[in-house]
Design a protein around this ligand. Structure first.
Ligand code: AMP
Ligand code: MG
Length: 364
């Protein structure tokens, strides 16, 4: 694993508040910081992003340093108009069909929580793509994000604004927890809407392949493209295969406590988890449970947190990372989580939960 040189940890990180409905004049300064090579964290509809000028190699290097992110883990380039994709993508005629597929997906899902991988143009520095000849592109729908991208000149590289390995931030306070003193500015736009990172689809392969599940599901992509596959490492950590999105091979989203996902019939899961909790408590450990609203009260852990009704996967997406960070704040040492369905948005939730648990799952 290669690491870029360490970064300063003593900058003044300015915080400005700019809600979606606010006058975007508040973003002029943020845009200027980005244009001059600085870093600004900002809200999107998925999670907070840590932005730098995507076409400036020095900015991308700073992003890796601020996050402590391995330099082979590429960044997603954010744009604010579909036509800006053409500067980022190779104009070699052999890629015409990939661009046509991108256009179809854009018509259906952009602006929105979908990232597309395409062959890169020479304008995109290898520092931004982690050395790859492909580039990840997203056109978000969050109004503040769009105004900031426009103010920055149109191309903003932005990974999630957490320190590498920590849960992605869904609130500005969590950005500051990880990034205070390391970046120039945080734009506080309140709590994000979706709470899980974008779906990533690789259009450089045939058929297109989902590298990271998200709000835009495999079923939704199939309706537009026909055949779509999902990288099998998304839910299977034991396959021995390396995930195709370089970032997905690292342990991610991890809380500080030890997290185990428990799958099975609800009553069996409850009785198994309660037994484990008793043992952990007897050993003097502080325990926690992540459960659906319907079963939360059945657990005897010190801290039981609900991700919302089992019917409401959107609520779970929105709350998952926040709950993982809250367990850290409350110094919970042993955490059990109920499993989610592995279809639709549940697949994205299960993917993040399994990564947070280092793929530690028990079927009871
Ligand atoms: P984050 O920016 O934290 O949401 O992470 C971005 C994710 O996109 C990481 O898992 C990267 O590995 C993945 N990614 C970015 N660019 C590419 C690319 N060109 N090919 C494959 N995966 C990519
Ligand atoms: Mg991330």
């Amino acid at each position: 694993m290669k690491w870029l040189p360490g970064c300063v940890n003593n900058m003044d990180t300015k915080v400005i508040t700019c809600m979606e409905e606010d006058d975007k004049a508040c973003l002029t300064e943020a845009g200027r910081i980005l244009q001059s090579g600085g870093l600004v964290a900002f809200p999107t509809e998925t999670v907070y992003g840590l932005g730098g000028d995507a076409l400036n190699p020095a900015s991308s290097r700073k992003i890796y340093a601020a996050k402590g992110r391995p330099s082979d883990n590429p960044l997603i380039v954010h744009i604010c108009r579909f036509e800006d994709i053409y500067r980022l993508v190779s104009d070699d005629p052999e890629h015409k069909e990939k661009l046509a597929a991108a256009k179809k997906l854009a018509d259906a899902f952009w602006p929105g929580p979908l990232t597309m991988i395409l062959p890169k143009s020479e304008d995109v520095p290898f520092e931004t793509t982690g050395g790859l000849h492909t580039v990840a592109i997203r056109f978000p729908s969050h109004k503040t994000a769009l105004a900031l991208i426009a103010a920055a000149g149109g191309y903003v590289a932005a990974p999630s604004a957490n320190a590498s390995g920590r849960p992605s931030p869904t609130l500005a306070k969590y950005v500051l927890e990880d990034m205070q003193g390391r970046i120039d500015m945080v734009v506080d736009g309140g709590e994000v809407g979706i709470g899980l990172e974008s779906t990533i689809v690789d259009l450089t392969v045939e058929p297109a392949e989902i590298l990271r599940p998200g709000y835009v599901t495999e079923e939704m992509l199939r309706e537009v493209l026909g055949k779509v596959e999902t990288d099998r490492t998304v839910l299977d950590g034991s396959s021995g295969q390396i995930p195709k999105a370089p970032g997905m091979k690292y342990r991610h989203y991890a809380p500080k406590g030890q997290l185990t996902v428990v799958s099975g019939e609800p009553e069996t899961v409850i009785s198994y988890v309660n037994k484990q909790i008793e043992q952990a408590k007897a050993a003097g450990k502080k325990t926690g449970v992540i459960a659906a609203e319907e079963t939360r009260k059945d657990y005897r852990a010190d801290v039981c947190k609900s991700v919302g009704s089992r019917q409401d996967e959107l609520s779970a997406a929105k709350l998952l990372y926040r709950i993982l960070r809250e367990f850290d704040e409350e110094n919970v040492e042993i955490i059990f989580a109920e499993a989610f369905e592995s279809t639709g948005l549940g697949q994205a939730l299960m993917n993040r939960l399994l990564k947070a648990a280092g793929h530690h799952i028990i079927n009871v």
